[in-house]
Design a protein around this ligand. Structure first.
Ligand code: 5AD
Ligand code: SF4
Length: 425
């Protein structure tokens, strides 16, 4: 989401005549697009800002330092007084105001802040500067209404707003014409796409409409909330040929008590049921998830339920995090906050367990032929790299001119994070 917001800001700057600088030292403007989903992300920003402070040194460098993203939204004006090197603070729903802000700062000669949130942002056509050429992100909605008790997103990115389907389809068509092969539709909770639209459209319908775009070969989407994963969406994944067999379905915990306390609004049995349905409809579905360990009040038994769920579902990959206290959120007031050591220990156990599962899942592919979108030369010399429809990384020998093609690759070896193979001729 943030990387795509950065592409949007770069798009606005380029439309104003800016060009990318070789380094921060050479730049007229530096934007730090920040994340505050967990404390670690927030700390990264403060240390990066510290590293950039020298640009404002006695040399009289006129660089403008802007802070965008969720920390900008969270801290607002306070960033100016606390971090004097900052000249501009811009919230995630105020991106379309970037050029006006630059002018304002130039005219007034003092720092500017915009975090009020543009109520029309989801209807604006904001340019994007994409550099990949093959794979593109396309936002379909902003914000989130779910209020999971650990999560700061609804407070910073606001209520859920869907972009008009017509705008999304038009954007995807242009991407197809420009040579893009794969799009990933982005939203905090794509399954509930469509709320409040003038022209009604559900997420499965949107998938159907975008896959008609010429040139686009693959359609992906993130993120899906398990509660909103409907039968209609499962049917769409099964039936729509360009929609890839891969889904990120964050479970967060395997314990019903913890899920309730997180306000996830599903039980682990309901979750397992959805996974079964998905696998029944699409047997080779690649499923990944997010796990939070050490949520307040998580007992050793609750944690054991999470480990059991991982063993049962056998995800292809997971993203696991230690619970991190976030401002505004209800979880702050839930009793039983755990010691850092306990969270560390649980995280290590989850990662260790998953490493074996990921390896086994990848080894299942050995001997199979996978359709791979070639992305170009791999970091390993003489090899190409690309992704399967399940979004697994594959390395194989082949000529660089294949970049952008769909090729068949026979898988001959597997590690926990990638596959290797050979081109089928
Ligand atoms: N602490 C730890 N992990 C969190 N996530 C969101 N908020 C927190 C938090 N306070 C994780 C969830 C979510 C992913 C994007 O980040 O697992 O799915
Ligand atoms: Fe946060 Fe929950 Fe919304 Fe995801 S669904 S962004 S975890 S509140």
């Amino acid at each position: 989401m943030n990387e795509h917001d950065s592409e949007r800001m770069a798009g606005i700057l380029e439309s104003q005549g800016f060009v990318p600088a070789a380094s921060a030292e050479d730049a007229e403007m530096v934007i730090l697009n920040t994340c505050s989903i967990r404390d670690k992300a927030e700390q990264k920003f403060y240390s990066e800002l510290g590293r950039l402070a020298h640009l404002k040194g006695r040399g009289g460098n006129k660089v403008t330092i802007a802070v965008a993203g969720c920390i900008a939204q969270q801290e607002g004006e306070k960033l100016l007084s606390r971090t004097p090197s900052v000249d501009m603070v811009i919230g995630p729903s105020d991106i379309a105001r970037l050029s006006a802000m630059i002018e304002k700062k130039r005219d007034l000669g003092r720092p500017v802040v915009e975090t009020g949130g543009d109520p029309e942002y989801h209807r604006r056509l904001v340019p994007a500067s994409r550099t990949d050429g093959l794979k593109a992100w396309v936002s379909i909605m902003y914000g989130c209404d779910n209020f999971c008790t650990y999560c700061v997103v609804p407070y910073l990115r606001g209520r859920e707003r869907s972009r008009p389907p017509r705008d999304i389809v038009a954007e995807v068509r242009v991407l197809g014409e420009q040579g893009y092969r794969e799009i990933t539709l982005l939203g905090q909770n794509v399954n509930s796409y469509g709320k409040g639209l003038q022209e009604p459209c559900t997420f499965p319908e949107l998938l159907r409409r975008v896959q008609d775009a010429d040139g686009i070969e693959r359609v992906r989407f993130v993120t899906s909330h398990p509660r909103d994963l409907s039968d209609a969406l499962i049917d769409a994944i099964r039936d729509l040929t360009k929609v890839c067999e891969s889904i990120h379905l964050p479970v967060q915990s395997g314990a019903d008590r913890v899920l309730a306390s997180m306000n996830r609004r599903y039980t682990s049995a309901e979750y397992r049921d959805k996974v079964q349905k998905l696998r029944k409809a699409v047997p080779d579905m690649v499923i990944t998830t997010d796990i939070i360990v050490g949520f307040p009040g998580e007992t050793a038994d609750d944690f054991a339920c999470t480990l059991r769920l991982l063993q049962e579902v056998e995800y292809d990959n997971i993203f696991a995090f230690k619970y991190s206290k976030r401002t505004h959120t209800k979880a702050l007031g839930i009793p039983g906050h755990l010691a850092e050591e306990v969270k560390e220990e649980r995280l290590a156990q989850v990662l260790e367990l998953q490493k074996g599962i990921s390896l086994r899942k990848n080894e299942h592919h050995i001997g199979s032929v996978q359709e791979v979108l070639v992305e170009g030369a791999s970091k390993k010399g003489g090899m190409l790299t690309g992704r399967t429809r399940g979004n697994k990384s594959v390395n194989f020998p082949g000529p660089v001119h294949l970049r952008g093609s769909l090729v068949n690759v026979r898988i001959i070896a597997a590690g926990p994070n990638s596959l290797s193979g050979e081109l089928c001729v």
